[in-house]
Design a protein around this ligand. Structure first.
Ligand SMILES: [Zn+2]
Length: 326
């Protein structure tokens, strides 16, 4: 039943939403946050279900900010291949040590995703402790976005859009076009959230998985393109009511089949990771009773004002109440 409902949501969301040019596509990001709610324990699920539409809609806020705020971009990726072969031992997992080793400018050039997730998790835990409903929702929605980005192989690789291998467009092909055509068949019955004893380490591990899969993402598409006539790759097909040039449906299906379920596995893992981070923040905050929280924190404002929240966190940082993260 849940699977059918989610499939319907995915199919309809994908029809209605704009094409995502970065990170999973908007529809997939929204779906991941929405599905994560259903993996929460009884003490949390009521609160999150009450705000499920908000958490769904605001899953894409970080991408919307991306071109307005200079610091936003690096939070969505980490080019792990810039730091030598796995397991990238020369790259410190601790932010201050990483800055010391490489300098902040260099780190930001190649992405800061896991360190930023660390900071967001710290903020989310604080928000639970302070019973700050608006911040909890804003941070839950947004950490869901960054964590999901970390599950996309090409967010962990410098050849992020196939620009070095004449595969421009492969980024959105993998994360938007494939889920758009096949997501409604994916199995979204996923194990419940679990407590993470070391969330930062967990995030790094998911990112290493993504980096390890990036070669396959690129190689399999290259092999497919070489095995078929050049004119089979793209087609003019309708999308959201207009006809555009995009990866042809048959080409997309062939790529999806050759990937052997990779997109579905990464999407399922994203959902489980997001729910587990939310759950862990709540546990680490002392498991506050969520049924006593403000019923509707957005009656006077359409959404939490990011700038004012960010200013407050920066003030906290100056008072030494912050974590060691960017
Ligand atoms: Zn993103």
């Amino acid at each position: 039943m849940i699977k059918t409902l989610l499939s319907c949501f995915f199919a309809s969301a994908l029809c209605l939403l704009p094409a995502g040019g970065h990170s999973w596509g908007f529809a997939a990001h929204r779906l991941i946050n929405r599905c994560a709610v259903f993996l929460l324990p009884p003490a949390m699920i009521g609160f999150y279900k009450r705000h499920i539409d908000w958490l769904t809609d605001h899953a894409v806020d970080p991408d919307k900010r991306r071109y307005a705020i200079a610091d936003e971009g690096p939070r969505h990726f980490l080019d792990l291949d810039r730091y030598g072969p796995p397991p990238h031992r020369q790259l410190p997992r601790d932010w201050k040590a990483a800055v010391q080793a490489f300098g902040e400018d260099s780190l930001k050039r190649y992405g800061i995703l896991p360190w930023w997730v660390d900071r967001m998790q710290w903020r989310l835990t604080k928000a639970f402790q302070e019973m700050d409903t608006r911040s909890i929702l804003q941070l839950s929605a947004e950490i869901g976005h960054y964590l999901s980005d970390g599950h996309v192989p090409l967010h962990a690789c410098s050849n992020h859009n196939g620009q070095f291998t004449q595969q421009q467009g492969i980024h959105a092909f993998w994360e938007s076009r494939i889920p758009e055509r096949h997501g409604s068949q994916y199995d979204f019955v996923i194990p419940k959230a679990h407590y993470l004893t070391n969330p930062a380490d967990y995030c790094w591990k998911r990112l290493f998985e993504s980096a390890a899969a990036a070669d396959s993402v690129l190689r399999i598409e290259k092999e497919l393109s070489q095995s078929l006539p050049a004119d089979s790759r793209y087609a003019y097909e309708p999308r959201n009511g207009i006809v555009i040039r995009q990866y042809a449906a048959r080409y997309t299906d062939a790529y999806h089949q050759r990937l052997g379920g990779m997109v579905e596995r990464r999407m399922r893992q994203s959902i489980h990771t997001v729910a587990s981070f939310w759950y862990t923040a709540w546990v680490d905050a002392g498991q506050p009773r969520l049924d006593t929280f403000t019923a509707n924190p957005f009656t006077t404002a359409d959404r939490a004002d990011w700038d004012s929240l960010d200013l407050r966190w920066r003030r906290d940082a100056l008072r030494g109440r912050s974590c060691d993260a960017p």
